[in-house]
Design a protein. Structure first.
Length: 423
């Protein structure tokens, strides 16, 4: 078989390229300390390596989540501890205020002043924000303050009951917030009570407001419970009057009662007052048709729960208005007894959530340990699959270099062969 000169060169070129490629690949493996430089080197191992790297990336994210969760829960834990301390101080005041035989109206005024300052402190605690500026007790509505006051002793919650959760491991998610509704609003009351609210459709400018009120005759109010009341204004000032009806039955309780702004309204065992000038009924034109519009209205809603701020507000209001006579002191004594029970209920509820927060922190610690074990195992397996055996690679490089040198030398000798050399 005749071998042409071009074939000799092509064969030599292929051999040298293969030998040179093997040397370059081994040198690159040594430089990177990686056995697999591309999936083609070991498809099965390359797939496993990709999965391991994805798992390690997830573990890294879990670690960041755990740090965020721990910071959030530690802030909540510290805040709840401060709330508990505040409530315990209020309990001390209530116990002292319960000694009505020796307390005077001046003493009660001093206690009320401290309660008022602690109410503002509590409001600030309930509106605590984290390092990102999010309100921690607002549920999913963390961008706006969840608790607010209208200046008349009425406090409202504008958040929701959501709980933010973070993934701590492949199988564990942890709640990192608690709703202010659950913590500070839905506290079981020692007695049937009520909340007050103005109808959002009221038209008075500035808006009239309704106070938080008090239960002054529990037996009488219990007869109404769980019915609600509606206070509707009928005529304009200066002869403004209102009608009170049962919300669901429509039964009229009080009809056309004259209204004096700020003066107490007593009905069905409760007392409250309405400040400002509510709008009376009127008629407006809608598409050219006169349409009647009812007067402003306010609601008294029966409930068996009482918010912590409301409890303290009613406690303060009772002490500010006590008189130095047996009847007034008997009324304040009843409210103090209810306050003590409600504060104890608040401590129980908040302490329960404190326990949950501690359990979540323990869960995060366990998840952190599990992630660390998983990370160490994954890195060990990844190293076994991916890392280069340096001693083996060095030996192989010497052999491949020797092969390349031999190929080059052989080509030099073969390329010089000619028939003219034998003539």
């Amino acid at each position: 078989m005749r071998v042409s000169t071009s074939q000799i060169y092509n064969i030599a070129n292929i051999g040298m390229k293969q030998a040179q490629g093997a040397v370059v690949k081994t040198e690159e493996q040594i430089a990177t300390n990686k056995r697999i430089l591309s999936p083609a080197d070991d498809p099965v191992a390359a797939t496993t390596i990709l999965q391991l790297k994805q798992e390690l990336a997830r573990i890294e994210q879990y670690g960041k989540n755990i740090n965020l969760a721990e910071n959030s829960l530690q802030l909540e834990e510290a805040t709840l501890k401060s709330v508990i301390s505040l409530v315990q101080r209020m309990q001390e005041i209530a116990v002292s205020a319960g000694n009505t035989a020796v307390m005077t109206s001046a003493d009660y005024q001093a206690f009320a002043a401290e309660v008022d300052s602690r109410i503002q402190e509590l409001l600030n605690l309930q509106n605590t924000r984290n390092a990102s500026g999010q309100y921690i007790f607002g549920g999913y509505q963390g961008s706006s303050a969840p608790f607010s006051a209208d200046g008349s002793g009425h406090y409202s919650y504008s958040g929701d009951q959501g709980q933010l959760r973070l993934q701590a491991s492949a199988t564990v998610t942890v709640a990192v917030t608690d709703s202010g509704q659950r913590l500070f609003m839905d506290i079981p009351s020692s007695h049937n009570t009520f909340t007050t609210v103005a109808n959002p459709a009221n038209r008075a400018q500035p808006a009239a407001s309704i106070s938080a009120g008090q239960v002054i005759d529990q037996e009488e109010f219990d007869k109404l419970f769980p019915e609600d009341l509606v206070i509707t204004f009928n005529t304009p000032n200066p002869d403004a009057n209102y009608t009170i009806t049962e919300r669901h039955s429509g039964k009229v309780i009080v009809a056309d009662q004259p209204h004096i702004p700020g003066q107490a309204i007593e009905v069905k065992g409760i007392r409250f007052h309405i400040d400002g000038v509510p709008n009376p009924p009127t008629t407006v034109m809608v598409d050219g048709v006169p349409t009647p519009v009812p007067g402003d209205s306010f609601f008294v809603e029966s409930t068996n729960k009482q918010g912590l701020l409301t409890t303290l507000s009613r406690f303060s209001d009772a002490m500010r208005n006590v008189k130095d006579n047996p009847e007034s002191k008997a009324e304040v004594a009843q409210i103090i007894a209810q306050t003590l029970t409600n504060l104890e209920n608040a401590v129980t509820q908040i302490s329960s959530v404190q326990g949950e927060v501690g359990a979540r922190l323990n869960t995060l610690e366990s998840a952190k340990d599990l992630n660390l074990d998983t990370e160490l195992f994954s890195k060990r397996v990844l190293s076994q699959l991916e890392d280069l055996d340096l001693a083996e690679a060095s030996t192989r490089l010497k052999m491949e270099t020797l092969v390349l040198t031999a190929v080059q030398q052989s080509f030099v000798k073969v390329s010089q062969m000619s028939l003219f050399s034998y003539l």
